[in-house]
Design a protein around this ligand. Structure first.
Ligand code: PRT
Ligand code: MG
Length: 218
């Protein structure tokens, strides 16, 4: 069996991913949060961790540059999920994708009037589909971060962004006006890797599945 590379992102979901990996018997040889290495060894011969930007995880797995990875449903929807097997909901990184506006903005009225609404988001594909499905016409503006700033500076009337505690919205005098969908992180697998490296990849899926169930039971 050749090696198995697992794509992970630094940042907020790593804290919840490492304990799951540990329960599945995989422990990085150094701390991925502080190490400057982009490819990390583990206690398991042949199993490596590849550290990427969250948005790049599906791309690496799609092209087989990594055999598996952990990515938020938000990132997967925006990517499109093409060429990816998604065997497990890991139940981590829970949040909601919402539409938010400044407090006091008449969102429902603007939608009803068919007003020209500008929506800023990192998730333009998801946003486009959401509004198209509702028959609401919006102009989308692509951003790469700090979406909350857009309505405050008059760049957009609304944003499509993730909310977990709601503290960021509150701190910026924004309110959620529509729920789009609940988000958790998923295990993604390259289908060719699953076939060609089944001895390495299937046990990983099984062990992570068991780790998730053990976590849910705890
Ligand atoms: O940092 P980088 O630009 O590389 O990428 P990233 O910011 O997309 O990655 P990261 O590591 O910050 O987030 C990775 C994944 O975590 C996302 O793709 C989600 O699946 C998941 N996740 C879970 C979240 C949140 N919760 C979350 N609350 N990602 C981002 N947020 C942000 C949100 O965008 C908003 O700005 O946190 C803010 C709101 O948080 P509250 O608690 O104030 O509501
Ligand atoms: Mg971030």
């Amino acid at each position: 069996m050749s090696g198995v590379a697992i794509a992970l992102s630094k940042g907020r979901i790593l804290d919840e991913t490492l304990p799951l990996l540990a329960r599945a018997g995989i422990v990085p040889s150094e701390d991925p949060e502080t190490s400057r290495k982009l490819v990390l060894g583990t206690n398991r011969p042949g199993v490596t961790l590849v550290m990427l930007r969250a948005q790049d995880v599906p791309t690496y797995v799609q092209y087989g540059a990594a055999d598996a990875g952990v990515a938020g449903k938000d990132v997967l929807l925006e990517h499109g999920g093409e060429g990816l097997y998604q065997p497990l909901d890991l139940g981590i990184g829970a949040c909601r994708l919402v539409v938010a506006t400044r407090r006091g903005f008449d969102w429902a009225g603007s939608v009803q009037r068919g007003a020209r609404i500008r929506v800023a988001s990192k998730y333009v594909n998801v946003a486009r589909e959401h509004f198209a499905a509702k028959g609401v016409h919006v102009d989308l503006i692509k951003l790469y971060g700090s979406m909350e700033l857009a309505p405050l500076c008059g760049l957009a009337d609304a944003i499509v962004d993730l909310v977990s505690t709601g503290n960021t919205l509150r701190a910026n005098d924004l309110v959620a006006v529509e729920d789009i969908l609940p988000i958790t992180s998923r295990l993604i697998v390259n289908p060719a890797s699953l076939k060609l490296k089944r001895d390495g990849v299937q046990p990983l899926i099984d062990a992570l599945g068991a780790a998730v169930e053990a976590g849910e039971a705890a």
